[in-house]
Write a new protein. Structure first.
Length: 233
């Protein structure tokens, strides 16, 4: 794991230890995106869909998929977050693990086998370019043929990021954002400019949809969503 990714992981571990941070509802837009774009791609399976919630946090997305009857697994860098999934959300401790998947000597496939769906929500923009690429390869190797990947990234149209649009990325491809937001700690993030850049980032997967959403609360937050499949050419 490269330095920037490692610093982000340590920051979020601290956040979970000292705050009650964690979504109580599925990631914005995920429910609609599931029903419109992901569900049709999963049709026809004769067994429960096996899904990995990567960066599972407190398990809000995992609960959504469990209520659909899916076989749900979760991974997060924070033991506090995973403990919440097990102790409060009631998930099987054999299916939820706190680990640094890039820093260990074991792959997701070696841990949990293969999946029909991988959800990487609100987490991939904390990984350096090298770690991002390694993580996508790890996803690819643990996906069944025809399995679906959902991931999202933020654009510069975000209250925490828009003031740093002219800042230079470091050699890891990350921009440092001073202490702000829930973390109240410096974080390094990867920002995506447009849909074409999303397509380039996830080029190893066959595109199903690349979509844009804007959430207006205190300020606009623009998110790009990638949905794709593992298809051998």
């Amino acid at each position: 794991m490269e330095l920037g990714t490692s610093q982000n992981a340590a920051a979020w571990t601290e956040v979970y230890q000292r705050t009650s941070f964690g979504n109580h509802y599925p990631t914005d837009g995920l429910v609609s995106l599931y029903h419109h774009f992901i569900k049709p791609e999963l049709a026809g399976r004769s067994r429960p869909v096996k899904v990995l919630d990567f960066g599972c946090s407190h398990g809000a997305n995992a609960v959504f998929f469990a209520e659909l009857g899916f076989d749900v697994y979760g991974i997060d860098i924070s033991k506090d977050a995973v403990d919440y999934c097990i102790q409060t959300q009631g998930f099987d401790e054999r299916h939820f693990l706190a680990c640094d998947i890039l820093g260990g000597n074991v792959s997701i496939r070696e841990l949990y086998g293969t999946f029909d769906l991988i959800v990487a929500s609100e987490c991939l923009y904390y990984f350096s370019q090298a770690d991002f690429d390694a993580l996508l390869q790890n996803f690819y190797e643990c996906m069944e043929e025809g399995a679906v990947l959902y991931a999202n990234m933020h654009t510069w149209n975000h209250p925490l990021y828009r003031d740093y649009q002219t800042a230079a990325a470091n050699q890891e491809g990350l921009i440092e954002i001073p202490a702000s937001g829930m973390a109240d700690l410096p974080l390094k993030v990867r920002i995506v400019n447009d849909k074409q850049e999303m397509r380039q980032l996830f080029a190893m997967f066959q595109e199903t949809a690349v979509l844009r959403s804007i959430l207006e609360l205190e300020s606009e937050v623009e998110t790009l969503h990638f949905i794709g499949k593992k298809i051998h050419e």
